[in-house]
Structures are given as structure tokens and as C-alpha cells.
Design a binder for this molecule. Structure first.
Ligand SMILES: N[C@@H](CCC(=O)N[C@@H](CS)C(=O)NCC(=O)O)C(=O)O
Length: 274
């Protein structure tokens, strides 16, 4: 009896030991791939580039920012197109592995760095799968709704089509963006209902943000009165409360937003696009 028990203990110890060896090799592998800086192509006024910068700066993920300014048409240069034929920033090159599209990059980095509070990971828990689906909604809905902030307001304001005043050029964009803002306002109103006004509430989480907030935030804050001042958010108190929650919970917020504020003062337009 004693012998069997002892053998059992030894076997258990060996199993634990080998488990720990595999575990520590895995940790070492993870540490190696996570500590290597990747190349991030973009510029700090680009909204989805700002989202990636937020995620990296909040989590001390190392990166080299390689400036590719779409306003100077640098996304159309042959050396950039050779690496990224889609011709858009942000784009990353992670040791030869290339990804484009802001939302896809955010997901990739969360998975690689196991950032489950920013994007719940795992396939074995329905709770995580469903939490991810809620975030994915914002990652997809964003493109044809909140992206109006840039596509049909910010850009035409600086490059109005011939024969239109700046105000005429953005009037449809303001309407379309307003429709999206109403949706966000009503959504957040429900999220805030019966919740202590001091509590931070995010799009898909309480207390700390997720990548849904990081993708949406740069489209919203760039138009406010501190930056380009192209949209009046006063009819959206719940959006303003959410904005404040983002601003006060992201330690990299001021640095990230400072470039936008600075550009808003000096950017009067660039050569017209062909
Ligand atoms: N859906 C893309 C949009 C990317 C995008 O529109 N990037 C702009 C800069 S913010 C760009 O590279 N524009 C270059 C061009 O349109 O030629 C994403 O979310 O990453």
C-alpha cells in the first residue's frame, strides 16, 4: 500500500515537473514573441492608427511607428503598396507577418498578447464567445456608420468638392453621422440607466474599456470643440459621459489626442487628391 502510494506521488511529481517544463517553455516562447517590436505604419491623426496606438501604449506593447501620412498620399507610394497592396493605414508588419484594417489588427494584438480584458479570449466558454460577439458588432458597424466622422465630414471639410462651400460639402455627412450618433446615444442611455453616475460604463464592459471603445473613440473625439470642432455633441449627454470615461481611464489619452488637437489648429488642407 505504502509502495503504491509512493509511486503515485513520484509519478505525480514527474508529471508536474514535465508540465512545468512545457509550461515554462511556452511562457518563454510567449515572452519572446511578445517582446519583439512590430512595425506600425500610419500617422497619429489617422483614426484607426490612433486605436492601435491606444492599445499598444495602454499595454506596453513594443512597436516602431513608421510614418505614412495618407494626406501626403504616402499610402500610394510603390514601396508601401508593395508591402500592403490595399494601400491603407494602419498596417502592421510583425516579423514578416502583415495585417491591415484597424479592427483586424486590434484583434490580432489582443490574441497575440492575451489581452482578454480588452477582447475576451477562448472558445470553450459561451460567455467569452458572446462577449466577443458584442464587441465584434461595434468593430463592424463602425465602418459604415461612425466612420462618417472622417469620410463625410473631416475629409470633405478640408477638401471640399469644386463649387461647394465647406459647410455645403459636409451637410450630408453631418446628417448621416447624426443618425449614427443617435443610435450610440440611445444605446448608452440604456447602459447608464440606474447606474451610479460616477461609475465608468463602456460600450461592452463596465469599469475598463475594450477594443470596441478604442475603435470608436478617435472618430468621436476628433470632431469635438477641443479639436476640429465640426460637430456639436451637446444633444448627446450619454455619449459625453462615455467620452469622459474613456478620457479618464486611458493613461495614454492626452498624449494620443494631443496630436489631433495640434493638427486641428494648423491643418487647412493638403493638395487635392487625384
Ligand atoms: N477600414 C480601414 C480604413 C483605413 C483608412 O481609411 N485609412 C486611411 C487613413 S485614416 C487611409 O489610409 N487612406 C488612404 C487612401 O484613402 O488612399 C481601417 O479601419 O483600417
Amino acid at each position: 500500500m505504502f509502495g503504491t502510494c509512493r509511486r503515485g506521488l513520484i509519478l505525480k511529481a514527474i508529471r508536474n515537473r514535465s508540465f512545468n517544463v512545457v509550461g515554462s517553455a511556452q511562457n518563454e516562447f510567449r515572452r519572446q514573441i511578445q517582446s519583439k517590436a512590430f512595425d506600425l505604419y500610419g500617422f497619429p491623426l489617422s483614426q484607426p492608427t490612433r486605436s492601435i496606438l491606444f492599445l499598444c501604449d495602454e499595454n506596453t506593447i513594443p512597436y516602431n511607428l513608421i510614418s505614412v501620412d495618407a494626406r501626403k498620399l504616402e499610402t500610394r507610394k510603390p514601396d508601401f503598396l508593395q508591402l500592403f497592396p490595399v494601400g491603407l493605414v494602419p498596417a502592421i508588419n510583425d516579423d514578416g507577418f502583415r495585417v491591415t484594417e484597424g479592427a483586424a489588427i486590434l484583434q490580432y494584438l489582443c490574441e497575440k498578447h492575451q489581452l482578454s480584458s480588452w477582447y475576451p479570449l477562448g472558445f470553450d466558454k459561451l460567455e467569452a464567445i458572446q462577449a466577443r460577439a458584442k464587441i465584434n458588432f461595434w468593430l463592424h458597424w463602425h465602418h459604415s456608420n461612425l466612420r462618417h466622422s472622417t469620410r463625410t465630414i473631416l475629409v470633405p471639410y478640408h477638401y471640399p468638392p469644386k463649387g461647394l462651400t465647406k459647410e455645403e460639402a459636409i451637410s450630408k455627412g453631418v446628417k448621416d453621422y447624426g443618425r449614427a450618433m443617435k443610435y450610440v446615444e440611445n444605446y448608452l442611455k440604456q447602459r447608464h440607466e440606474n447606474v451610479d453616475p460616477n461609475k465608468r460604463i463602456f460600450l461592452c464592459s463596465d469599469d475598463t474599456p475594450t477594443i470596441a471603445d478604442l475603435l470608436v473613440l478617435p472618430e468621436i473625439d476628433q470632431l469635438n470643440s477641443e479639436a476640429f470642432n465640426l460637430y456639436d455633441y451637446s444633444p448627446y449627454p450619454n455619449v459625453l459621459r462615455w467620452l469622459n470615461a474613456c478620457q479618464t481611464s486611458l493613461k495614454s489619452y492626452d498624449q494620443n489626442f494631443s496630436f489631433v488637437k495640434k493638427e486641428a489648429k494648423v491643418w487647412t488642407g493638403m493638395p487635392a487628391r487625384k
